[in-house]
Design a binder for this molecule. Structure first.
Ligand SMILES: NC(=O)c1ccc[n+]([C@@H]2O[C@H](COP(=O)([O-])OP(=O)(O)OC[C@H]3O[C@@H](n4cnc5c(N)ncnc54)[C@H](OP(=O)(O)O)[C@@H]3O)[C@@H](O)[C@H]2O)c1
Length: 302
């Protein structure tokens, strides 16, 4: 489709979408649009009050919407396990959005399980969550997994050596690693699900001012942020287009990387995007998968 917009999303009645980070930004927009198209939506997040407020936003966009919330802290494997268990036992998940993320943490923080926080949340938390809710995904006759990466995944960061940033730490480098891992993970997931009813996509949303920029708190960024927002950044609604397109378009193929095709790739109609050079390396995919299983102590056989 030459000029896809959310108006092209087919009726989603009878489909259930689970969105991590569903309480804010791109995830909340994704949930609202799908709910307005008839999907039942499960908003997953780490704060029940924020989730309840987000449900009100979804219901304002889609008063008839069926909504659920799921308490999930991706930086805590025990929380991931108990949230996933509830879903795996009771649900059928047709659309899974690995959307939650943190960016540019000023110092090297660690998750409850000792992983560097950015990679631990953005990649390892999602890996462990997906692995453990997989029975719910397999119950769907046509499931799609959409993982939200970023253009930062194209930065020259090598082959995901020093995944935990033990040798050196910079906030945006850790973010780029986590977003590269999102792509490498998805390509490997697409290979491992090639003969099943599951399709896997990875997207970059362009750029939008959301909760994501809250950690870059130098005086300069505080001064420049409103200007940058006006001049350079799109809306969270527009940034949700690639996720929505990957989840619902009949014109996509499993394993694709999708992003906005407009000026500077920050907004516009979603289209297949250029993959980072190293991301298609199948050995790297197998290594990241094995490392993720070892670190999280979760076996994932999709
Ligand atoms: N905005 C952009 O320009 C841009 C560009 C490229 C890629 N992305 C990607 O888009 C995705 C969504 O980001 P956004 O822009 O919508 O930012 P956002 O508004 O900050 O949303 C991020 C979501 O992730 C959740 N989250 C963070 N840590 C979590 C944890 N430990 N457990 C569970 N949930 C957690 C946040 O929950 P809390 O509200 O509790 O913090 C929030 O709901 C991210 O993966 C990001 O990397 C965004």
């Amino acid at each position: 489709m030459a000029h896809w917009t959310p108006d092209d999303i087919p009726d989603q009645t009878g489909r259930t979408a689970l969105i991590t980070g569903g309480n804010s930004g791109i995830g909340l927009e994704t949930a609202s649009v799908l709910a307005a198209r008839g999907a039942r939506v499960i908003l997953a997040g780490r704060d029940q009050t924020k989730l309840d407020t987000a449900v009100d936003v979804v219901r304002a966009a889609a008063p008839e919407a069926e909504t659920e919330t799921l308490l999930l802290d991706l930086s805590d494997l025990a929380s991931v396990r108990s949230a996933a268990q509830r879903i795996a036992e009771t649900e059928t998940i047709d659309l899974l959005f690995n959307n939650a993320g943190v960016m540019n943490l000023p110092t090297r923080l660690t998750t409850r399980d000792g992983f560097e926080m950015t990679v631990g949340t953005n990649h390892l938390g999602h890996f462990a969550f997906d692995a453990q809710i997989w029975p719910a995904v397999r119950r769907s006759a046509a499931a799609r997994v959409v993982t939200v990466s970023a253009i930062a995944a194209r930065w020259p960061i090598g082959k995901l050596d020093d995944l935990m940033s033990e040798n050196s730490y910079r906030g945006m480098t850790a973010y780029a690693k986590s977003k590269r891992a999102n792509i490498v993970y998805t390509l490997e997931l697409a290979r491992r699900t090639a003969h099943t009813d599951v399709e896997a996509f990875v997207i970059h949303p362009g750029s939008a001012m959301t909760g994501l920029q809250q950690h870059g708190t130098t005086t300069l960024t505080r001064l420049l942020t409103p200007l940058a927002e006006r001049l350079l950044m799109g809306s969270a609604a527009g940034a949700a287009w690639p996720s929505l397109y990957a989840a619902t378009s009949p014109d996509v193929t499993t394993g694709e990387f999708i992003g906005p095709a407009g000026r500077d790739q920050t907004s516009g109609t979603p289209k297949p995007a250029k993959l980072p050079k190293d991301a298609v390396d199948t050995e790297l995919g197998a290594r990241l998968w094995a490392d993720s299983e070892r670190l999280t102590e979760v076996t994932f056989k999709p």
